[in-house]
Ligand binder design. Structure first.
Ligand code: PLP
Length: 452
């Protein structure tokens, strides 16, 4: 790009005149304008004013191998030259989605061996919803259609994704939510545990909200439970250790399928290839996207367990579903190289054994002691910081979210985080070092001091 086209004023004018941003109040945006991110390297992004910002969000939970990877650019270039596109419809396919499917089957839990591609997490969850309902119809139980999800869960913003999500406003009457989706409480002990209730007991109680919902609807009407192993966009809510085993027990008891959304946690974030391993979950589907290509190409992979896949293949006939870009050869080539980098550089082991525990300790010791921090929590390289007015009773600041203020100050200090209400969240690239964590803590502390 030339200096002329990259000038901030020029871009800002076009942005304001023509570009509708996702999840944005455009009236508010017109005043201040958007921060223009223009280049990147390793763990850093740079804006049009020349500011260097340590990216604590890995883009949007996706740049696991960091920015500026020559190898990924090269593989995309080579694939584009050889075969930029051909589809996997109508008894055709191309080599890279095939090779990637084989690789994903190798990495996934033992009972998961099939892959269905899309371009986004939302598309993958649409596919998953269709698939579980289709499965029960093929099994002669067409009444099993209800899916149980959690409040503040996030599963995408297509109509089905938003309906599965438990975010206020996203599945409002205005859009016409997909029927048959029920939302129960999330495992969020910071706000929802009762006085004196242990983490263990709270985890069981939160899981039993799913059992209550199954009993209320009738197990004969419930197709599946969907959940992120750690609720991400809803505020990095890490469930107590008792939660997932109880969910698994309940799903097994009532013959309810388990749809695990690993769009954020997949490919290393919790220190394993999949958080299903971290939490010992036996999934029927795993939704993945984002870090599958480290965000270098749009690609999602719905990983399908043997139980559903064998029914679909043996009894299903034509599965009347797919996207033009299902199995896009360039995106799949980039994914293969990205997984190779993660493996070769030992990024997941590093998160599990070094940077993950170091981040948890650093946050607890350096950030958790701040007067306006009520709790820090972390698993692998994803973390949350609860901003409170009063550490004792955990009451929040009144008025505009304090989270927004801390986030803005942190970005101004050169550290990119997100705010969800009064919770600051982060999910850095897996290439982060201890030094990056130290710098992040310093910059965040300055923001907390200024926000106090
Ligand atoms: N599922 C989860 C857990 C997510 O965090 C997201 C996006 O952040 C999605 C699904 C939707 O993915 P996409 O934005 O690629 O449609």
């Amino acid at each position: 790009m030339t200096d002329q086209t990259i000038s901030r004023a020029n871009l800002q004018a076009i942005d304001s005149a023509h570009h509708l941003h996702p999840f944005t109040d455009h009236k508010e945006l017109r005043g201040a304008g958007a921060r223009m991110i223009v280049r990147s390297e390793g763990p850093y992004i740079y804006d049009s004013e020349g500011a260097e910002i340590l990216d604590g969000m890995a883009g949007l939970w996706c740049i696991n191998v960091g920015y500026g990877r020559e190898e990924l650019a090269r593989v995309a270039y080579d694939q584009m030259k050889e075969l930029p596109f051909y589809n996997s419809f109508f008894r055709c396919t191309t080599p890279t989605p095939v090779l990637l499917a084989g690789k994903l089957a190798e990495l996934a839990p033992d009972n998961v061996n099939q892959v269905f591609y899309g371009s986004s997490g939302s598309e993958a969850n649409d596919t998953a919803l269709k698939l579980v309902r289709h499965y029960w119809a093929l099994e002669g139980k067409p009444s099993k259609r209800i899916v149980i999800s959690r409040k503040t869960g996030y599963h995408g913003s297509s109509i089905a994704g938003a309906s599965l999500s438990g975010m206020d406003g996203m599945h409002s009457q205005l859009y016409g939510a997909v029927p048959g989706i029920v939302h129960v409480m999330p495992p969020y002990s910071f706000e929802l545990a009762l006085p004196g209730e242990s983490e263990h007991d709270f985890g069981l109680r939160a899981a039993r909200a799913v059992e209550d919902a199954i009993l209320e609807a009738g197990a004969e009407n419930v197709a599946a439970f969907i959940g992120e192993p750690v609720l991400g966009a809803g505020g990095v809510k890490i469930p107590p250790a008792s939660y997932w085993p109880e969910i698994q027990r309940i799903c097994d008891k009532y013959d309810v399928l388990l749809m695990i959304d690993e769009v954020i946690t997949g490919y290393g974030r919790t220190g394993e290839w999949f958080a299903c391993k971290t939490f010992n979950i036996k999934p029927d589907t795993i939704t993945t996207a984002k870090a599958l290509t480290s965000g270098y190409q749009p690609l999602s992979a719905l990983l399908v367990g043997d139980r559903i896949a064998s029914t679909l293949i043996e009894k299903g006939g034509e599965f009347y579903h797919g996207y033009t870009y299902s199995g896009h050869p360039v995106a799949c080539a980039v994914a293969l190289k990205n997984l190779e980098i993660i493996e070769k550089e030992g990024l997941i082991e590093r998160v599990r054994e070094d940077t993950g525990p170091y981040l948890a300790r650093a946050l607890a010791e350096r950030i958790g002691t701040h007067p306006i921090v009520g709790e820090t929590r972390a698993i692998g390289l994803m973390a949350a910081i609860e901003i409170v007015r009063d550490k004792g009773d955990r009451s929040r600041f009144k008025g505009k979210h304090a989270g927004d203020k801390v986030r803005d100050l942190s970005i101004d200090n050169g550290f990119m985080v997100r705010a969800v209400g009064d919770t600051i969240i982060m999910s850095p690239p897996l290439i982060w070092t201890r030094e990056n964590i130290d710098v992040a803590c310093e910059r965040l502390l300055k923001a907390l001091d200024a926000a106090e």
